[in-house]
Design a protein around this ligand. Structure first.
Ligand SMILES: O=P(O)(O)OC[C@H]1O[C@H](OP(=O)(O)OP(=O)(O)O)[C@H](O)[C@@H]1O
Ligand code: HPA
Length: 178
């Protein structure tokens, strides 16, 4: 275990099981659809790579790079798109893939943004859901695990751009923040 991690919440195996369950649901719902799976980077990098390989359908992938956290653990409420999707979404079914929904500000902004670009449908898939901190009123279509009000890192999730490469998800020791 990494020296800065206090406890592991989800092991590699736990995450694999969640990804498999979500992939099956997506296969069922998108069976007859020509859709784009859009990963919100950077946090969704690990989840997107694992999920897309488990969904046995024909679809294209794309990415949006967005951020709202800077170096802290509280949403700034301002979402910056640093890299936009590389294709037109007009008339397309979009499945957004996210690592975590916390305040909901990021997904609220991105969903409205894609709908304004005339996407046919926009659904949300997240590995982790932290409902205790929700500010924006958003509907989640596929959610992996509900987590308590703790700041988590690993499997793509960062604190100050670190720990994204950990294969598990855990919480940091309090000393890391001071
Ligand atoms: O529901 P919210 O409060 O908006 O939080 C969720 C967002 O915060 C994180 O991204 P961040 O802005 O840290 O950028 P990152 O993806 O590069 O880590 C995470 O990856 C989500 O995109
Ligand atoms: O708990 C979290 N961890 C990492 N990034 C995040 N962005 C929103 N919530 C979190």
């Amino acid at each position: 275990m990494h020296k800065d991690i206090e406890k592991i919440l989800y092991s590699e195996k736990d995450i694999e099981n969640i990804v498999n369950t979500i992939a099956k649901q997506i296969e069922k719902d998108y069976n007859d659809k020509d859709f784009i799976m859009v990963g919100l980077l950077k946090g969704s990098v690990a989840f997107m790579v694992d999920l897309m390989r488990k969904v046995n359908l024909d679809f294209s992938i794309d990415f949006i790079v967005a951020s709202s956290y800077g170096s802290g653990t509280v949403s700034s409420g301002r979402v910056n798109i640093q890299k936009d999707i590389s294709q037109s979404v007009e008339g397309k079914d979009i499945l957004i893939v996210e690592d975590i929904i916390d305040s909901g500000n990021t997904l609220d902004f991105i969903t409205k943004y894609l709908k304004a670009k005339k996407a046919k449908s926009v659904k949300l898939c997240t590995l982790f859901n932290k409902p205790d901190r929700r500010v924006a009123d958003i509907h989640i279509d596929y959610a992996g695990a509900v987590i308590p009000d703790e700041f988590i890192v690993g499997y793509g999730l960062d604190y100050d751009e670190k720990y994204r490469n950990l294969p598990y998800v855990g919480v940091l020791k309090p000393s890391v923040y001071s």
